[in-house]
Design a protein around this ligand. Structure first.
Ligand SMILES: [Zn+2]
Length: 341
């Protein structure tokens, strides 16, 4: 009987106490190993911090300066290229766009700037802050003031990340920075320069298709004018303009470009380019259809901008489908390389 009780006690010891001791030991081991991991993390973060500081110092040293002409005040400011680019990217593309699209915009803006440095328009500066002349730019203070308070910090940080993470990257063709045109929305297909400015010599600017742009507000717009409004607008530039509104072909598209924009439009006794009509009427692009009803002429417009080079909404749409900034750039500019300055 004593023997049996002895066995029961031994069994209890084996079943309960030994596992408890084991767990204790495991916990101790776990604590020790956690401490080790923490130490490693601290060491690593100190190391990373050191690397980051080094990187920042390096980038400050490497960051070139440009001269920026402030259009309104006529003052010329010397500014570091990346600081200038924060103001360009935040002015040219919504911060709500995907990070990879913003990175593509940063590289495009840096390239456009370097092109302007090599082909100066202004005697006293590399580039100006007038979007109609060179490239839009905004101060950090003005930019922040235009955002809602709760998104200010995160928006600005996103812009800074887009510029910093592509530091020094530019798009080159035959080792030269390209003339990196961009626009808001291509309406499904980009345009070649000859159909907009009549110029050529940019082999990297070809017409390419873009998917997903129809989801953006910039994709479609309408402008309606009356017959007399249209006549007045055209006569401002062409005093010999005449039109017989009873003729069935009084307004007719004669030719389209390969990207479906209006190349030539017959209006009364004139043949005008789609680009000129766009300017005269104030349409968002030269990709339009005309609908006439009674006294009204309705222009149904696809896309926003000249259509050359990178479409910003197209870039955002590609980024949403998983493309990175290099893939986006290589889609919109042909035969190019992305290189360090
Ligand atoms: Zn300018």
């Amino acid at each position: 009987m004593k023997k049996i009780i002895g066995y029961i006690i031994l069994l209890v010891l084996v079943c309960f106490l030994i596992p408890i001791l084991g767990v204790k030991r495991f916990e101790n081991l776990a604590v020790a190993s956690n401490t080790l991991v923490e130490n490693q993390i601290i060491e690593k973060s100190t190391q990373q911090k050191g690397e980051l500081e080094e990187k920042q110092e390096k980038s400050e040293k490497q960051d070139r300066k440009i001269t920026l002409l402030h259009y309104k005040t006529n003052q010329v400011e010397e500014i570091s290229l990346d600081t200038y680019l924060y103001g360009v990217v935040s002015s040219e593309m919504p911060a709500t766009f995907e990070l990879e699209a913003l990175k593509a915009q940063a590289v495009v803006a840096r390239t456009y700037t370097m092109y302007k440095v090599n082909h100066r328009k202004h005697d006293n500066a590399d580039i100006c802050d007038n979007s109609a002349c060179c490239q839009a730019w905004i101060t950090k203070e003005d930019r922040m003031a235009r955002w809602e308070e709760e998104v200010r910090e995160q928006n600005w940080n996103k812009i800074v990340e887009a510029v910093d993470s592509t530091h020094g990257k530019i798009i080159t063709y035959e080792n030269e920075p390209i003339n990196a045109f961009f626009h808001s929305n291509s309406g499904g297909m980009t345009e070649i320069p000859i159909n907009v400015w009549g110029g050529s010599g940019y082999p990297y600017l070809q017409a390419v298709q873009t998917a997903g742009e129809e989801g953006y507000e910039q994709y479609y717009s309408e402008v309606t004018v009356t017959r007399s409004e249209l006549e007045n607008k055209i006569r401002e530039k062409h005093s010999d303009f005449q039109i017989d509104w009873n003729a069935s072909d009084c307004i007719k598209v004669l030719e389209y470009t390969q990207s479906n924009r209006v190349k030539t439009l017959k209006v009364g006794n004139l043949n005008l380019s789609g680009v000129e009509i766009r300017t005269l009427i104030g349409l968002k692009s030269a990709n339009f259809e005309i609908e006439m009803s009674g006294n009204n002429i309705k222009f149904k417009v696809k896309g926003y901008g000249h259509g050359i080079g990178m479409s910003q909404t197209g870039a955002d749409s590609m980024a949403k489908s998983g493309s990175n900034y290099e893939e986006i750039i290589k889609h919109f500019y042909q035969g190019i390389e992305i290189k360090d300055l």
